[in-house]
Ligand binder design. Structure first.
Ligand code: SF4
Ligand code: SF4
Length: 442
């Protein structure tokens, strides 16, 4: 089996949160391969700790992927402030004699440094075309944990564990390794909070993560962090607002100052997205479909809603409204730009993470979340068949079957985009539902 087959068999997906099957990214040739170690969402602490703890495995996984796609250079993008991790990476890159191949590029501390297209520009000076993907400018981007999973796959290990930061307004912020399929509530309780009546949980980073509607779910390969905050925290209130109320507020107050546009990271890359125009369109019921298509260039980083707009409005949501409307009409933005140039003010409009954290009201929770070995041993796990981009995995087991750790229990349907899933504990299959396979431990 070559690396691509091993990665496919092991069910590796993008561990940064998007969940795109990694083997598809390896089915290509690239000039550059980039390790996204920017970890730009405030409060999340997985990637930096993983790179310190599993440095060699991540570097080897990254190198394996880089050689596989014939990259002429492999670049690690990490924020300059992570000095200890950078020193460790430099030491191990030299020790593994990879210094001529792997470069470590230090990035300023801004949001969203980890947005794929922003990262590509910061590390290579290339601009991904509007509505495009990094490979169109010869780049493949991998997250640090994904590189670790690629290394594990090369050693015959499937993805059965996930690293997660649990933090926020909690007594014990921490980062843990848990089995896929563990009840989320058990993971949340590791924070020292046991009664969640007064709390809400953000699934992922505070900028892009949604409020977790149901705490009774199970850990998937896509989980990266849980931010626990009191229900009356303004970020929770803002994220909890329903779409109809947001639309009403938008209509009443947009002053067309265009700060949402001027600060937008995709606009600053030279793309045509202009959220203030979408606000104008929705408020005045403009029916210019061609103009509205630029909403599809929004990466939903949320910077406009949670920082730029001083009136507290919802331009991202407006983009989303147009995206959904255009999807129903099966209409896509088509770029006419053959040459892209960043906006002249870009350098000065990258948002410092510290300012963002203060604005979000999270500065007092911006603490270490140290990696902690947990005694959490799930007796029963429920593994989702749909924890990735693409078609759900088709169960490859039946109720009553005995399974071993790492055994494939769900397979990607033939000729489909998707990822295999595996048993994270040894035991018996006790239930197979539409989108879950439940294993009871031995
Ligand atoms: S949405 Fe906010 S930032 Fe954007 S133009 Fe309107 S008032 Fe200004
Ligand atoms: S969410 Fe707002 S700031 Fe982010 S890309 Fe979309 S329009 Fe731009």
């Amino acid at each position: 089996m070559n690396l691509l087959d091993m990665v496919r068999e092991a069910g590796v997906i993008g561990a940064g949160g998007a969940g795109f099957p990694t083997h598809v990214k390896l089915e290509t040739k690239a000039d550059y391969i980039l390790l996204n170690a920017a970890e730009c969402e405030p409060l999340l602490r997985v990637d930096q700790q993983l790179m310190e703890l599993n440095t060699d495995e991540i570097l080897k996984g990254f190198e394996l992927a880089a050689r596989f796609v014939d990259a002429k250079k492999a670049i690690i993008g990490i924020k300059e402030k992570h000095k200890r991790v950078i020193t460790r990476l430099e030491e191990r890159v030299n020790a593994l004699q990879l210094q001529d191949y792997i470069e470590i590029k230090k990035m300023p501390d801004f949001y969203p440094a980890g947005d794929e297209q922003v990262l590509v520009y910061e590390l290579t000076n290339r601009i991904v075309p509007e509505g495009g993907i990094p490979i169109q400018v010869g780049c493949v981007v991998l997250n640090s944990e994904t590189a670790l999973n690629i290394y594990n796959a090369s050693q015959g290990m499937s993805v059965t564990e996930k690293y997660i930061t649990v933090t926020g307004d909690v007594p014990t912020p921490l980062t843990v390794k848990v089995l896929i399929g563990t009840p989320i509530l058990e993971v949340l309780k590791l924070s020292g909070i046991h009664n969640f009546e007064d709390y809400a949980v953000i699934d992922g980073g505070p900028m892009m993560g949604p409020i977790l509607e149901n705490l009774d779910g199970f850990v998937t390969k896509k989980h990266k962090g849980f931010i626990i905050l009191k229900k009356d925290h303004h970020l929770i209130k803002k994220k909890s607002l329903n779409t109809e109320s947001a639309k009403r507020i938008n209509k009443s107050a947009c002053e067309q100052c265009r700060m949402c546009t001027d600060m937008c990271p995709r606009y600053l890359l030279g793309h045509s997205i202009q959220p203030h125009k979408m606000m104008r369109a929705i408020n005045y019921s403009v029916t210019d479909i061609e103009g509205q298509k630029s909403a599809q260039l929004c990466c939903q980083c949320n910077l406009c809603e949670l920082f730029s707009c001083q009136a507290g409005l919802y331009p991202k949501l407006t983009n989303l409204h147009y995206k959904e409307m255009l999807a129903k009409l099966n209409l896509r933005y088509k770029t006419t730009k053959t040459q892209l140039e960043t906006r002249s003010m870009r350098e000065y409009r990258r948002l410092p993470s510290k300012r963002l954290t203060i604005r979000l009201g999270l500065n007092k929770f911006d603490n270490e979340a140290p990696f902690t070995k947990t005694q959490l041993t799930a007796k029963t796990v429920a593994i989702s068949t749909s924890q990735h981009v693409g078609a759900p995995a088709v169960p490859a087991v039946s109720v009553g079957d005995k399974v071993e750790v790492g055994q494939t229990i769900g397979k990607t349907p033939e000729n489909s985009l998707g990822a295999n899933i595996h048993a994270s504990i040894a035991g018996e299959i006790i239930k197979i539902e539409k989108d879950l396979i439940v294993i009871r431990g031995e």
